[in-house]
Write a protein that binds this ligand. Sequence first.
Ligand code: GDP
Length: 282
Amino acid sequence: MGLFSKLKSLFVRQPTIDWEDLEALLIQADLGPAFTDQLLDSLRARGGALRLEDIAEATRQEIIKVLPERGAPLRRAESGPTVILVTGVNGTGKTTSTAKLAWMLQRQGHRVLLAAADTFRAAAIEQLEAWATRLGVAIVKTQYQADPAAVCFEAHDRAVREGFDFLICDTAGRLHTRHNLMEELGKIRRVLARKDPSAPHETLLVVDATTGSNALNQAREFQKALGSLTGVIVTKLDGSGKGGIVIPIQQELGIPVRFIGTGEKAEDFEPFGAAAFVERIL
Ligand code: GDP
């Protein structure tokens, strides 16, 4: 249920709005304390009795202020393949999003190569391969527990040799061993930088909107561990009416949301846009 429906049922139960209830509702919607304060201040400044429409309109306006209208376009390599690393905790939709991104770029006319570099989970390799076969996207893979940096190295060679425009690497995302994660992604980075000093051009973190504040914590932890996230992909924005977490990710961490996942199919994926996002969560 979206925020607007929840507000509506609050108004049905009580004719005048209780500020505390409203605050609780905004926090529950994962909008974060900073944004919630900002919104309540703006509503108080309006004065007069609060109406449902006023709250919805103020929410819309404040969200638009916080979020960029459009996600920045992907940074591109000046020459050779543009390299995108995708990371994220298991179950967030990392592999699915990697495949969806490849499919989106391919439909835009780009030649895309995938690298199955999450070698820690056998299932991740198989799953990415299944997507690649289904979507007709080229893939470089290796065995379970092979060196992920070696897979990326080999994939970059092939991308250069065969003139691919994009190389998208599905990399590990386990957080409980932050040190290993840093080492692993650090090594992938070093190996790629030897091929192209400007690579990787993007490092994208996948988070699941339905996990609310967990998604924010993951973004915070990854940013701390890697220090170089260039964007976030927020998945599972379909159905649940959840998605408010996009706001504190942007506002508190300053990491832009670049793409959103809206379902399980390959085409359920789009560049982030503030206006469409507001309608989705309201
Ligand atoms: P990974 O473990 O992070 O690689 O996650 P997967 O890519 O395997 O995805 C986990 C589950 O989430 C799968 O069942 C996907 O179909 C599902 N999933 C991924 N993205 C979305 C999305 O945007 N919406 C919905 N509803 N499901 C998604």
